[in-house]
Design a protein around this ligand. Structure first.
Ligand code: NCD
Length: 326
């Protein structure tokens, strides 16, 4: 594994399977009365959030605390960034405080890469979402959720997602979740189909390792999981579709469309959901929708990533067998 986690495309199949397997160990800690491991005691992790976040920020913080790290939360609003301070100066301030890892979310694609390769800091850098580029821990928690649901919790250990068919629907153009998922799912052997209005399909998508379709209804009966994306209005500077009603009618998931899925198929959403737009309340609240489960799985995945990047050779969970013993 590399020292930083910037892009899902940087992970090999074995790296990804190791993270998913380690996350299964971590998930067991969540079932204990005391949900804490001493693994990262004495290590300092900064959560550097320049962009809004609910799930990702809380989930990283929970993961860090469960591994006993010291946690510093930094949000751009209310900090000296509002006074014009640059990423470099912010990074050097953190370095002066001696941090071991920086979890960064930034509106500019490439900011985590810049931070990791700048020489400004020594710490491990974990990308928690940069612009429309990448969100690797989201793709990992999605793959973890798919493996558990489609292969099985124990049966899944050591396995990838070979031959599984995943459909990703909606605002692909602005979605770092879609990009990260296409990269990781391809590495894990799954077949990905993107479904979106032509205006929300990125230029150059032909080079991505996936299919593209404009017809949701014909894709649904053939997939094992369908992932709905939010329409990211905050990143839009033009009109990409006529009306919200028109968008929902063609690309939204309602009860009638969900009935077209094979019986075993799951409905996923990274959150935040806009009920009534890309997904109806009926689907969001149904047993087939894994949105809440994805949030819980996010904590296990982030614990696994932090442990593998920072924990070194200590076993993550004391009763657990190490990988060499398996
Ligand atoms: C996504 C994000 O921020 O990229 N959410 C998340 O991390 N759970 C998707 C979105 O904002 O729609």
């Amino acid at each position: 594994m590399q020292r930083h986690l910037i892009s899902a495309a940087d992970l090999t199949r074995d790296d990804a399977v190791l993270i998913l397997d380690t996350a299964e160990e971590m998930a067991r800690v969540a079932d204990r009365p005391i949900k804490k491991l001493p693994t990262l005691r004495g290590r300092t992790i900064v959560n550097l959030f320049f962009e809004d976040s609910t799930r990702t920020r809380i989930s990283f913080e929970a993961a860090e605390k469960r591994l006993s790290a010291d946690v510093i939360n930094f949000t751009a609003k209310g900090s000296s960034v509002s006074k014009g301070e640059s990423l470099k100066d912010t990074a050097q301030t953190l370095e002066a405080m001696g941090v071991d890892a920086v979890v960064i979310r930034h509106g500019a694609s490439g900011a985590p890469y810049r931070l990791a390769n700048s020489g400004w800091i020594d710490a491990a850098v974990i990308n928690a979402g940069d612009g429309t580029h990448q969100h690797p821990t989201q793709a990992l928690l999605d793959a973890f959720t798919m493996r558990r649901r489609l292969v099985g919790r124990d049966a899944g250990l050591g396995q990838d997602l070979s031959g599984r068919r995943i459909t990703v629907v909606g605002d692909v153009l602005h979605s770092r979740v879609a990009r990260s998922n296409v990269d990781l799912l391809h590495t894990l052997g799954a077949e990905v189909t993107l479904v979106a209005p032509p205006t929300l399909v990125p230029v150059g998508v032909e080079a991505w390792p996936c299919e593209v379709s404009y017809d949701l209804d014909s894709t649904l009966p053939k997939c094992d999981a369908v992932m709905m994306l939010r329409v990211q209005r905050e990143r839009m500077n033009a009109a990409f579709f006529p009306t919200e009603r028109e968008y929902s009618r063609r690309y939204g998931l309602d009860g009638d469309r969900m009935a077209k899925l094979p019986e075993h198929a799951i409905v996923m959403h990274p959150g935040p959901m806009v009920r009534g737009m890309e997904i109806t309340a009926e689907v969001a609240d149904s047993d087939r929708c894994t949105a809440v489960e994805q949030v819980a799985n996010g904590v296990s995945i982030r614990m696994a990533v932090l442990y593998l990047l920072l924990g070194g050779n200590e076993p993550a969970v004391s009763h657990a067998r190490t990988n060499e013993e398996k």
